[in-house]
Design a protein around this ligand. Structure first.
Ligand SMILES: O=P(O)(O)OC[C@H]1O[C@](O)(CO)[C@@H](O)[C@@H]1O
Length: 533
């Protein structure tokens, strides 16, 4: 399948012709300049941010200091009968732990949501008694994370857990409100390297604290990164350089696990690529696939990547869609390789890979809605358990048909944004592949509010060709957020409405399906899409 470059335990094999881009990166000395943390590389406007965001290039070496204290804390927890880890965190503060947890089968509960049902499900008494909660936030002020922390605190107290502050492990940057709170209430505290942005923080305290507490051998992950780091400036095989050129090569990159041992890296890489590269009206759109050769994997406008743990570089994808690039190697090496590659792609595309200028807009809209109330909206039509907004159609099938028509133009992509429970409502994600089968456009799936910290940046800051489908749903059991005058359902609805306003202000088509009964509504959506040709 074209050429393979392998070094430091990781192999990148690709049929995409990236020779010119790789030559440019080499001629401009980009690998050496990134290794030397040269903040001038992405231009004068990016310099100030880059100066405080390049720590990830080697900070994993310092991360070794975490290994012993984390082993001790895990043993202390075990002595107290605490053997389950829940993680409250969004975006870069939870996506790397999720990949590590899935790859090593650690069973960490990741709460990157405001869906009340998903949170209530974590608060059962039996599970609470054996749970420690890692609260991870670089800024210390992310609303979802803060709300989740408050819910756990109240729940621990509610079931009579003594000294509940000691059930919390905070991971944050020095000087944040979370650091202050940890010190005030006596919770466990791990401070992260402030010179690493959230999406580049996999091998810092953010990636390692929750996973080590759940039993991961994080020393091994660090060693894998260290081995791979020896290749950064290689004049010979340089897999990260090739991967960077591949990421920059086409408007879209689709990503699937190849089934050889790294599970779910696509969700993490999605945030890294979307927030780093989706801005200034350009960038690469990442699309996470359900598996090898899923619908919409390949196409002239996209690079299809598979990721696996085996270092043989042999793809296991079906003959239906052979990958354009195969990235094989252990997880620690994968993290560093994709981070380097994204920074290189930013250089090639001419984008600052360290800021996320459009993320705040939806957050500000949400805050305003929480203060002033939800905007008055009436559905255009009601079809069974589904209210339809933002469409001229009277049926779900008709409205989905409009989505396909809107996406029937060069450069368009479809984004389905589901503010639902990604565990209980998981079946609805089948909509992505169904839409992908029926259109030539890339189709990306996002669970709200999780995607707001990932592809949300691209949708508002990248190429303005998105066709959006927003899904919201009635809530069964709501949950108060202690100390706040809104509930989780209120926050979730305000986030959906805030993002809707941000997208609509760009005059992008957005149809919203509100499920008045989630199970029935999901069945209806899936049934309706299958009726479309
Ligand atoms: O770790 P924090 O500060 O809670 O931020 C979580 C996420 O929110 C963002 O800042 C913006 O969406 C991401 O870049 C980040 O990973």
């Amino acid at each position: 399948m074209g050429k393979m470059e392998a070094a430091g335990g990781l192999a990148v094999t690709t049929g995409v012709d990236v020779n010119a881009a790789v030559d440019r990166l080499k001629a401009d000395d980009v690998p050496a300049r990134v290794a030397a943390k040269d903040a001038t590389l992405w231009g004068p406007e990016a310099e100030a941010e880059a100066a405080i965001r390049l720590g990830w290039v080697d900070t994993f070496v310092q991360s070794k200091e975490l290994v012993e204290p984390l082993a001790k804390l895990r043993a202390d927890f075990a002595e107290q009968g605490i053997d389950h880890i829940a993680l409250a965190g969004m975006g870069g503060s939870s996506l790397a732990p999720e990949v590590i947890s899935r790859t090593l089968d650690l069973g960490i509960s990741i709460l990157d949501t405001t869906d009340p049902g998903q949170i209530v499900a974590e608060l059962g008494e039996a599970s609470l008694r054996r749970t420690a909660v890692v609260v991870s936030s670089k800024s210390g002020s992310t609303v979802e994370t803060d709300s989740q922390r408050r819910a756990f605190e109240a729940a621990f107290k509610g079931v009579g857990v003594e000294d509940s502050a000691k059930r919390f492990v905070f991971v944050t940057d020095p000087g944040s409100a979370l650091e202050k709170l940890a010190n005030e209430q006596g919770s466990h505290l791990f401070l992260a390297d402030a010179n690493v942005g959230g999406r580049y923080s996999a091998l810092t305290a953010f990636g390692l604290v929750p996973t080590a507490l759940a039993g991961a051998d994080v020393a091994e992950l660090i060693e894998q990164a260290e081995e791979f780091a020896t290749t950064i400036q290689s004049e010979g095989d340089n897999p990260a350089l090739v991967l960077g050129a591949v990421i920059a090569a086409k408007p879209t990159i689709t990503i699937a696990d190849d089934g050889t041992g790294v599970v779910g890296l696509g969700d993490w890489a999605e945030q890294l690529i979307a927030e780093s590269l989706g801005k200034d009206g350009k960038g690469t759109l990442p699309v996470v696939l359900e598996g090898p050769a899923a619908a919409g994997a390949g196409g002239a406008d996209r690079v299809y990547a598979t990721v696996g743990g085996s270092s043989t570089g042999l793809p296991t994808g079906s003959a239906l869609a052979m990958p354009d690039v195969v990235v094989n190697g252990p997880l620690g090496a994968q993290f560093l390789a994709w981070e380097l590659a994204t920074a290189y792609a930013g250089y090639l595309i001419g984008i600052d890979p360290f800021n996320q200028p459009n993320v705040t807009e939806s957050k500000e809209n949400t805050n305003r809605i929480l203060a002033d109330g939800l905007p008055e909206e009436r559905p255009h039509a009601v079809d069974g358990a589904v209210e339809i907004y933002g469409s001229h159609a009277d049926t779900v099938a008709g409205a989905l048909g409009e989505v396909l028509t809107n996406a029937d133009r060069e450069d368009a992509y479809i984004a389905v944004l589901a503010y639902l429970d990604r565990i209980d409502d998981a079946a609805v994600a089948g909509l992505r592949a169904e839409l992908a089968e029926r259109t030539g456009a890339p189709v990306t799936w996002g669970w709200g509010p999780r995607f707001l910290h990932s592809t949300g940046q691209f949708h508002k800051g990248g190429r303005q060709t998105g066709v959006f489908v927003q899904l919201t749903g009635e809530v069964g059991e709501d949950l108060v957020i202690p100390g706040r005058d809104y509930t989780f359902a209120g926050l979730q609805a305000a986030q959906a409405a805030g993002d809707r306003q941000a997208l609509e202000s760009r005059e992008r088509p957005l149809v919203r399906f509100h499920l008045t009964d989630r199970k029935h509504g999901i069945n209806q959506l899936l049934h309706a899409v299958r009726e479309l040709s």
